[in-house]
Design a protein. Sequence first.
Length: 138
Amino acid sequence: MDLSSPLTAERFAELVDQEDFEFQRAELVRGQIEMVEAPDLLHGAVVFNFSKSLAAYLQQAPDEKGYATFEIGLIVARGPDTVRRPPVSFFVSGERFAELDRIVTETRPALVVEIGSTIYDGSLRAQLRQLKQRLVNA
């Protein structure tokens, strides 16, 4: 498979959807696949605890129509395409649960949760600087 030419978000989604796709821990940046560090146990615990808190809130607020997705590909740029896959995205618009079965989407979530401790090595301050730069360049 030739991955040297820029990929579209749609082609990236096709690759991610394949069970044997070797880049399951990847994002698409300016048409190129970039590997993402595999999450550690702390990452999983943070996502789990956040999800529990969010679920408890939503049960207490029956008028709230939002829902969370996990590692959905957010198309943040086109030509060349960039797809980011944050741990949690929270959607409040459109048909409820419409994004759950999608691999990538152009729908903008109301909230994105990124877990900085599992993205970069180094101090928290350096992680935050890198995350800010990553979001600015997206």
